[in-house]
Design a protein around this ligand. Structure first.
Ligand code: ADP
Ligand code: MG
Ligand code: MG
Length: 194
């Protein structure tokens, strides 16, 4: 699938709404293995994204992705802000060469991993971004792929971020950043369908 400005705006709107709806749940997940702020952090970020997109009315995909990245970096804070910000910034950079979604997400995931140094199985958002990117390359991203990726974080021991301080005690809990990333890609499926 090729990403257009219009599709991107419905994607990010859908994601923003979902994050705002699930803010408390995301923070509850984070209170189990972190500091309990992930939902609040991200809700603040997507609210800023919506304000920025409304105020600036970007005229192309690259500009819209860049604005999103800036809003997330400046408003989310914590670990997730720079990570999500980097992902959107990498998509923005790549979008001047290609708008093929699989390519954009390949760049985003590489940026995430470079920034956070997380590998597959470290119980982070990367455990969702990697399989989703792979599925998009094969043109078979489905809700099942996303749900499985999110659920895969539950039995893992956290190796990165605050949850890693818990060591084995992080076992048995979903990673909050994986859950919010799951919302991002569910939102993509909704936007794709429109
Ligand atoms: P903080 O941990 O600073 O309070 P958040 O609670 O907003 O930040 O975000 C936590 C999420 O960030 C985790 O659930 C995890 O998915 C993600 N995360 C943390 N560190 C890393 C990392 N090094 N690489 C990838 N993702 C990470
Ligand atoms: Mg937190
Ligand atoms: Mg925090």
């Amino acid at each position: 699938m090729k990403l257009t400005l219009e599709k991107y705006l419905s994607w990010i709107n859908e994601f923003s709404q979902k994050v705002i709806d699930k803010k408390d749940y995301l923070s509850d997940l984070d209170s189990k293995i972190g500091d309990g702020d992930h939902g609040n952090n991200l809700a603040r970020g997507v609210t800023a994204v919506q304000q920025m997109l409304t105020a600036k009315q970007p005229q192309d995909l690259t500009a819209a992705l860049k604005l999103t990245a800036m809003a997330l970096i400046s408003k989310v804070g914590g670990a997730a802000g720079p990570l999500y910000g980097t992902a959107f910034l990498e998509m923005a950079k790549t979008s001047s060469q290609t708008t093929e979604l699989a390519e954009l997400l390949t760049a985003a995931t590489a940026g995430l991993q470079k920034r956070g140094q997380a590998k597959a199985g470290d119980k982070t958002m990367v455990d969702v971004w990697l399989p989703v990117t792979a599925a998009l390359k094969n043109a078979d991203l489905t809700s099942t792929v996303i749900e499985k990726a999110v659920a895969s974080t539950k039995p893992l021991v956290a190796k990165r971020g605050r949850a890693s301080y818990l060591g084995e005690r992080s076992i048995g809990h979903l990673d909050p950043g994986a859950v919010s990333s799951g919302y991002l890609f569910e939102a993509l499926l909704v936007a794709e369908d429109e």
